[in-house]
Design a protein around this ligand. Structure first.
Ligand code: GLA
Length: 383
């Protein structure tokens, strides 16, 4: 059964009628530019062919009634005319509640709807299962109310919901790429201006994602700590964000900064430079230089930003041994587990899979990795 058929079945079983509309928004993988988004810097993600999908029908009242396939069809509901509380027993519904809250705060007149949700983005793997749910919810609620809100604004609304309603201080990367991704392309995003530039991914390279299946236990607290450290470093220089500090300025201030702050800032500043350079070389199909930049990015995340774990470093090593300098590999996402992304020559994809299957359990206390060979995909849409 296709994802859409399973979604339709869930919808009709729950609401006893057919849905009138379908919407989707994809997960993402970031090729390079990690922990740069909340420093007003650059990122280079692509949307992937795994997504959250919604089936919906209008209601005659002002209620939103929502059910989710991943949570055994649990049903949760709230009123658009009353303050929307967060839910403890249906935590997943907080993404829907959060987006509805932000839309209402922005003065939009929403309409009551029945919603069923399905998704195949692995949860907790750092592939933005939350962001795509926020974006598809925003698209659904606005379109069903006849509101033509831009995809960029839907991304900002999703981020605000995550920051204020769910409580994670994430940047704008995940929602922007889920909303605005383009098939066959990565997107260079300037996280200050929100300007975007599409960069085509060479057809000779497969986007391979390797999920370490390491539980990202520390991710919330460590993520927010990294953010605070970056903000402290920016404050030292009297600028709005680390985007505004050059490597030369940082080096000159080395004696005035503690070692930890220095290394955190060095990661962000050098990662911004690498990301802009990566957009240039990827566009020309130069996978060798792209691979070097991805390797440097991984080392910087490991040694300066300290967000990798041994199992992830192990996967990077295993893949690097197979692809040599013919592609790139690095950890992707927030860190402390999650996934590795690799740009792999098509003819080496099988060898990469075999090497990971064979060697990963030895460097991960027996964990098995999941491997997804992805297509860079379009962003959010009505189906
Ligand atoms: C998470 C956040 C993003 C970004 C990345 C790290 O995915 O949601 O905003 O900060 O981590 O690059």
């Amino acid at each position: 059964m296709s994802q859409k058929q399973a979604l339709t079945e869930l919808f009709t079983n729950t609401f006893s009628h057919q849905p009138t509309h379908f919407f989707q928004a994809p997960g993402r993988v970031n090729l390079i530019g990690e922990h740069t988004d909340y420093n007003d810097g650059f990122v280079l993600p692509c949307a992937i062919d795994y997504q959250a999908m919604i089936a919906v029908s209008p209601r005659d009242d002002q209620k939103v009634v929502v059910t989710a396939h991943s949570y055994d069809g649990q049903v949760s509901e709230f009123q658009l005319t009353l303050p929307i509380a967060s839910s403890k027993d249906a935590f997943w519904s907080n993404y829907v509640r959060g987006v509805a809250t932000v839309l209402l705060q922005r003065g939009m007149n929403l309409k009551g709807v029945n919603i069923a949700i399905i998704g195949n983005v692995p949860q907790g793997a750092g592939l933005s299962s939350s962001a795509c749910l926020e974006v598809v919810t925003g698209l659904t609620l606005t379109r069903m109310a006849g509101l033509d809100v831009s995809l960029k604004e839907l991304a900002l609304i999703g981020q605000q919901a995550e920051n204020e309603f769910v409580g994670c201080k994430c940047g704008i990367m995940d929602q922007m790429i889920s909303a605005c991704g383009k098939e066959g392309h990565a997107m260079l995003l300037d996280c200050r201006s929100l300007d975007t530039r599409l960069v085509s991914i060479p057809e000779s390279a497969a986007v391979v994602i390797i999920n370490s299946n390491v539980k990202r236990g520390l991710v919330g607290s460590e993520y927010n700590t990294r953010r605070e450290q970056c903000e402290a470093a920016a404050q030292h220089f009297g600028v709005k964000a680390l985007r505004d500090v050059t490597l030369a300025q940082l080096e000159a201030a080395k004696a005035d900064l503690d070692d930890l702050t220095f290394r955190r800032a060095r990661h962000v500043i050098t990662e911004n430079d690498r990301t802009e350079a990566a957009a240039e070389v990827l566009a020309t199909g130069d996978l060798v230089t792209m691979g070097e930049l991805m390797a440097q990015s991984h080392i910087s995340m490991r040694d300066d930003f300290e967000i990798t774990v041994p199992a992830i470093d192990g996967i990077v090593e295993i893949v690097r041994n197979v692809i040599g300098n013919e592609g790139g590999v690095r950890m992707t996402g927030g860190g402390f587990g999650g996934c590795v992304v690799a740009l792999v020559p098509q003819e080496k994809v099988d060898a990469v899979k075999q090497a990971v299957e064979q060697h990963y359990p030895q460097c991960s206390n027996g964990l098995i990795a999941d491997i997804y060979v992805c297509r860079a995909s379009d962003g959010a849409s009505q189906l």
